[in-house]
Structures are given as C-alpha cells and as structure tokens.
Write a protein that binds this ligand. Structure first.
Ligand SMILES: Cc1cc2nc3c(=O)[nH]c(=O)nc-3n(C[C@H](O)[C@H](O)[C@H](O)COP(=O)(O)O)c2cc1C
Length: 176
C-alpha cells in the first residue's frame, strides 16, 4: 500500500515535471493562427492558437489541439467546419483580441471575410487562410485533438510571420 508520504512525493514529482514541461514548451517558437467557425445562424466564434500543425499533404490535412473549455470548441465540433488564418507580424492586436476580448468584440477589427461556400470567417490580410472539414475529434486530457481535411486555401505573397516564444510576440521573415 502507498503511504501518505509516498503519495505526497509522487504528487510533488508530478508538479515538478509539469512545470518543467511548461518551461520546455515555452521555448518552442510557434506561428500563431486565429481558428474560427460560424454556426448556421452566422454567429462567429474564434480563438488564437499555436497548436496548429500540418498533418499530411496526401490528403491535405492538419491537426489542432483545442482546450475543451475554449469558447470555440463546441461550436466547431457542432458545425464540422473551421477556418485557420495564419497571422502576420502586424496582426498582434487581432491576436490579442482572440485571446481575451469578449466574444462579441473579436471580429470587430480586421478585414474579416466569409468564405464563399461555407461562410467560415477568414482574416483577409492573413499570411494564409485555410478552410477545413472536421474529419476526427479525439478527446485527450484537457484538450480535444481535431483532424481537419483542407477544402480551400488562400495565400498572401508576404511572409512576415507573427511568432510566439516564451510568452512574447516577435516577427520572422523567410530571410531572417
Ligand atoms: C499565443 C497563444 C496561443 C494559444 N494557443 C491555444 C491553443 O493552441 N489551443 C487552445 O485551446 N487555446 C490556445 N490559446 C488560448 C486561447 O487563445 C484563448 O485565450 C482561450 O481559449 C480563452 O478564450 P475563450 O474564453 O474564448 O475560450 C492560446 C493563447 C495564446 C496567447
């Protein structure tokens, strides 16, 4: 049987590991995207995300990790369609809005457009805009891992990306 002292030691070892892991992930520089959806009534939802990664080119697909408590999570799962707007350096303000502004205010700044066929919101001046169909959603811990199949892509010729590292924003171009 495990003694109270052993349980305490295991809990504290877990806390240390979790804190170290958080510190390690803060050192992983990431691009930032606004991930969005809209319901049948046209109400829009979105949050800023770094947990966006390319999955495969055949078929074109990507992965997201969304916190179950995020305001975007349920509407995205219900609609089964979502947009990914990859942010440029000068879009830090839009990014901040999608981290903490009230949901109703998030789309009030920026050149938001609705994708023709789906109405999914995309930021017109983002480095790239992608519309995906939900292929699979798998709960894991605090998050849901979303697999999306790419239906549409728009590209901007500029490449000055917004980058997030250790809790701060910076910029990076392909020539840096
Ligand atoms: C740089 C940055 C990256 C983030 N990446 C993610 C992410 O990948 N997945 C996620 O669920 N939340 C992520 N968040 C948190 C969401 O943007 C948002 O703050 C959170 O969902 C709370 O908003 P809500 O009240 O609309 O849900 C990130 C926040 C920041 C500042």
């Amino acid at each position: 049987m495990t003694s109270p002292d052993q349980s305490k030691a295991a809990a504290s070892a877990h806390e240390v590991l979790a804190a170290d892991f958080r510190g390690a992930m803060r050192r992983l520089a990431s691009g930032v995207a606004l991930v969005t959806t809209a319901d049948a009534d046209g109400t829009r939802y979105g949050i800023a995300m770094t947990a966006v990664m390319s999955l495969s080119m055949e078929p074109p697909s990507l992965l997201l990790a969304i916190n179950r408590t995020a305001s975007l999570c349920r509407p995205l799962l219900d609609r089964g369609l979502f947009g990914v707007s990859i942010l440029a350096r000068e879009q830090e303000q839009s990014c901040n809005a999608f981290v903490s502004a009230p949901a109703a205010e998030r789309f009030s700044h920026g050149d938001w457009i609705a994708h023709d066929e789906s109405g999914i919101p995309l930021l017109g001046s983002a480095l790239a805009g992608i519309v995906c169909r939900l292929d699979k959603a798998e709960p894991f811990g605090s998050h849901v891992v979303i697999r999306g199949l790419v239906d549409y892509v728009s590209l901007d010729p500029s490449s000055n990306a917004l980058v997030y590292l250790d809790g701060r924003y910076g910029g990076m171009t392909a020539n840096d």
